[in-house]
Design a protein around this ligand. Structure first.
Ligand SMILES: Cc1cc2nc3c(=O)[nH]c(=O)nc-3n(C[C@H](O)[C@H](O)[C@H](O)COP(=O)(O)OP(=O)(O)OC[C@H]3O[C@@H](n4cnc5c(N)ncnc54)[C@H](O)[C@@H]3O)c2cc1C
Length: 490
């Protein structure tokens, strides 16, 4: 019997397998395909995800396929600049460039190679999961015609998730449905010289589109389709080059892929059915305007896996174990719903088709910034956790920073990823078992990342969860005592 069976070896499944395997659990992961999907879908990642890759030990390999994300300039109906999305300035709060462009297939290969090195993880490719049943002790999955039995299962089988269907879980439609063409081009030097030097959102009512500067000579266009345009016809090379003719011609590069998609905003009604948890695209899909789809899947499994590991190892038992596992869906669904709402709002700004309303939008955005477009860091759009295993204190639910220590190491390299109590030394604290104390006076940071986080939230100490989200924080000894009591009870 495995501890966890994971269906789907895409990014969500591979990160789940890596984290659970490294936690010492016996894991089975299967995929109906052999090898990674060789076409890039995700192009952007966040520093939060790099921190997960750091924990897995693949960050150096992954960084070979990453570059900083250029600013995205939004141009209005008359071609004027109306918004500029950037990233937070150094010192970087998570230890990595906050917004990154990357090449998905080699990054997925790095994740799979890591999983293959874990002796307690069984990988089965070319093996489709076709049936699922569960009882009080575990889950039985039919995979490649054989039965695989595990205490829990994770359905990371993508947007069309068969497991979600087998569990009878419906998707909630968050009301976004647009046909777009996504085009990846490997551009030559002649073409690169002609292209914009930042990424661009063309918020033009006749045909909204996005231009993204990917790593190396990879450039992506996401181009909205108009009513009456046949998505398959528009994805032919001839039609694609016609759409690209505003920027480049076939002499300037080669098409890597072009596919039409419906950009959706969908979220699973329930994220758990008994012993089976949904994660990644199986649980949610959002329009790619802020490059968050894969990031959300990695957040899901970073959240779920430490909880499963705690319960599997008997660190949390009985009703408390059930409550802990129950926080996965409540925390992640609320986060995904809020982020999707914000992404939809960005999408609605970009996708306004009515020229009159588009000009009103441009005037409103410019009025909001007093006529001078300011930089908006993309990270400002990410919500905090608002529910589940977080205390009602300042800073709770936010991603705790990862400073570089004066010793040269990043905080997680030095202290690991368990439950931590980070203090600036101002409060007298008796640290209970189960929390690793990190006193910033004796372990000084190099650039003031934690001290500015504490100053911003008006606190002197914070309890940090294994997924690096802040459980709660305190500004006085009395608040700290209360927070610790609550934490121990929960
Ligand atoms: C055009 C586009 C642009 C995007 N841009 C970004 C971006 O910039 N940033 C970002 O973060 N995200 C982006 N995304 C989203 C991102 O690509 C996805 O969210 C991510 O790849 C989903 O990962 P996953 O592991 O959940 O699912 P998938 O990658 O779909 O993996 C699911 C796996 O499950 C396997 N499987 C399915 N059914 C079964 C079965 N029954 N048995 C066994 N195996 C099965 C499949 O073969 C597949 O390998 C974009 C997506 C698109 C389409």
């Amino acid at each position: 019997m495995y501890d966890v069976a994971i269906v789907g070896f895409g990014p969500a499944g591979a990160v789940a397998a890596g984290l659970l395997g490294q936690a010492g659990l016996k894991v089975h992961v299967c995929d109906r395909r052999q090898g990674v999907y060789e076409i890039p879908r995700a192009i952007a990642l966040d520093h939060e995800i790099m921190r997960v890759f750091q924990r897995l030990g693949v960050v150096d390999e992954v960084q070979r396929f990453c570059e900083p994300f250029t600013p995205s300039e939004y141009f209005g109906a008359d071609g004027q600049l109306i918004r500029r999305m950037t990233m937070v300035a150094p010192p970087y709060p998570q230890g990595y460039t906050p917004s990154i462009v990357f090449t998905q297939p080699p990054v997925e290969r790095a994740l799979r190679a890591l999983v293959a090195r874990l002796g307690n993880v069984t990988v089965q490719e070319n093996a489709e999961c076709t049936a699922l049943s569960q009882d009080a002790d575990g889950v039985s999955l039919t995979i490649g015609g054989e039965t695989v039995r595990a205490r829990w299962a994770i359905a990371a089988d993508g947007g069309a998730s068969a497991l979600r269907g087998m569990l009878g879980i419906e998707l909630e439609d968050l009301d976004f449905d647009e046909p777009w063409l996504v085009v990846d081009v490997l551009v030559n030097d002649q073409g690169l010289a002609r292209l914009p030097k930042t990424s661009v959102q063309y918020c033009e009512p006749e045909r909204p589109c996005t231009y993204v500067i990917g790593p190396g000579n990879h450039r992506r266009w996401e181009i909205s389709l108009q009513p009456g345009e046949d998505p398959r016809h528009m994805a032919t090379p001839e039609e694609t080059w016609k759409l690209l003719s505003r920027w480049i011609t076939p002499q300037d590069g080669e098409l890597w892929r072009q596919s039409s998609y419906r950009f959706h905003a969908l979220v699973a009604q329930h994220w758990r059915a008994g012993r089976v948890f949904l994660a990644g695209d199986a649980a949610h899909m959002q329009p790619p305007f802020l490059g968050q789809g894969m990031c959300q899947g990695v957040r899901d499994v970073a959240n779920l896996t430490w909880k499963l590991a705690s319960v599997a190892k008997g660190e949390v038992c009985g009703a408390a174990a059930e409550r802990l596992l129950g926080t996965y869906g409540s925390e992640r669904k609320a986060h995904v719903m809020e982020l999707t709402r914000r992404i939809k709002h960005v999408g609605e700004v970009i996708c306004e088709r009515d020229p009159h309303k588009a000009r009103e939008r441009d005037a409103r955005l410019l009025a909001e910034c007093g006529g001078v477009v300011k930089d908006t860091p993309r990270q400002d759009i990410l919500p905090a956790l608002t529910t589940g295993l977080v205390a009602p204190t300042a800073g709770a639910g936010t991603l705790f920073p990862q400073p570089r220590m004066q010793s040269g190491e990043l905080m997680d390299q030095r202290f690991g990823s368990g439950w931590r109590l980070v203090t600036d030394g101002a409060l007298p604290i008796e640290v209970p078992p189960g929390l690793r104390p990190i006193d910033m006076r004796s372990e000084p940071e190099a650039q003031g990342v934690v001290s500015s986080w504490m100053l911003r939230h008006g606190v002197h100490a914070a309890i940090v969860r294994p997924d690096h989200y802040t459980y709660g924080a305190a500004s006085s000894a009395a608040e700290m005592a209360q927070l610790l009591t609550q934490w121990q009870q929960r």
